[in-house]
Write a protein that binds this ligand. Sequence first.
Ligand code: GLY
Length: 564
Amino acid sequence: MTVLSWKAPSWSFLAFWLLWSLASARTPPAAAVASAHPAATEAGMEILRAGGNAFDAAVAVSAALAVVEPYSSGLGGGGFWLLHRASDGRQVMIDGRERAPLAAQREMYLDEKGEVVPGLSIDGPLAAGIPGEPAALAHIARRYGRLPLARSLAPAIRLAREGFEVDAHYRRMARFRLGVLRRHASTRGIFLKEGEVPPLGWRIRQPGLARTLEQLAEKGREGFYAGPVARKLVNSVRRHGGIWTLEDLKAYRVVEREPIVGRYRGYRVVTAAPPSSGGVVLVEMLNMLAQKQLARLSEADHIHFMIEVMRRAYFDRARYLGDPDQVEMPLQKLLSEEHARRWVAGIHMDRATSSAALDFPKREGQDTTHFSIIDREGNRVAATLSINYPFGSGFVAEGTGVLLNDEMDDFSAKPGAANVYGLVGNEANAIAPGRRMLSSMTPTFVEHPEGVAILGTPGGSRIITMVLLGLLEFIEGHGPSDWVSRKRFHHQYLPDQVQFEPGAFSSRVRRRLEEKGHVLKPLERPYGNMQAVFWDRKGNRVEAASDPRGIGLASVLPENIQPR
Ligand code: GLY
């Protein structure tokens, strides 16, 4: 377990918090769910109405997303569930991240010349890590939920059996991965119609997945990691070139990890711990931003400073971060004010730093998913789940309905070589048997006596900067619909370029950034799919918002309490 004691809050900070908290509402007037798909939000609401708490609802939403968003997450994948339990204030990150199979080897994706073989860590069962989501759902239900696992899984089982309708987003994702979806009969027969992207309104039914979910509902984690489901998974993976064994499944464990905690201008930020890089990079960026009087800067200088901050935090990601159970990471140093001060001292306000000049010689999307939940007791969940690239590895293990991840690509196949998201890494994130691959997923709570934000998003390497921008909107006093819709920009150290959404920068700001030496990379399409919940303790209301870029749904219960 990673335990971080980073910076003790001052007595005046604690006294301020205590007094203000006593004056604010103690429990939310409503519950809320925001997720990337209306059927998943509805599954969560069904469980809340049935007397479940936020943790039961999280199990229901995760499992429903596994059915209706097969391009984003699933039983064949993993994720991080950040929990806050109101009764005792316990905050914990459930690490259900995939692990490398025990037979994995450091150079398994390289050819004889030592070059990365394109596609090998992305398509097919060799790209799949050992899934963590089924174990995480059983764990959350058992340790934190109020309802039986079988009750919380019921909406997903129904959705898998009765099917869901293909929408425009599904069609876009399926078109993007058509090649790999056609490759395996077990996948083709579920997600395509006669080998083609199904038409709008076509019903995707997954009876095999329904049976696997029923095994999980009946037997808990043993229903997936042992017995007939495990045997089918392993046999099918091995028949098609993968390296899983029954021992891999038996040995898989979720880990409860202490979240990363930071402080920024009076707000407490609770976020993902390694093996996600998200929390460390987020808190590093906030620590650097805290060094500057941002309000005094022109718009262009403000954005320039933020880009430089992103560049440096992503540099540390590439250099230092990996699986906390297998690698030593200087987390205390990375999260210190001193480290932030040093980085900021090297930022020139008149010109961009070249990423190549940062001393590091070597080397995630439109998929993944996030949901945010609060219940009437004040329990909260922020969860980001993934199978990595859209439709993961594109391989459904025969007889299980389980679409496997391609999370092995989140390892650094070779120092300095970019993964599918252009991210580089080194030793700390090299492939090793049983190791968890580094992630960018950043489920986050931002706490203040006046209100609590629950947020996160998919988006590969850009997740962390999206969470930063959403969090800053909250701190500036905006509501959740602004956090999720804000225009986005991103820098990740390498490639050395500023990526930005259409409309993110005015032409004046673009000119100023170019004059400072930034390489601008306008993106053709918006990115991200943020799902957010806000408990306004001062105003005694709950609001929720779903990113307008996606097809998600935010709902508040009781329904008669309307978001602003
Ligand atoms: N596969 C995306 C991530 O974990 O960051």
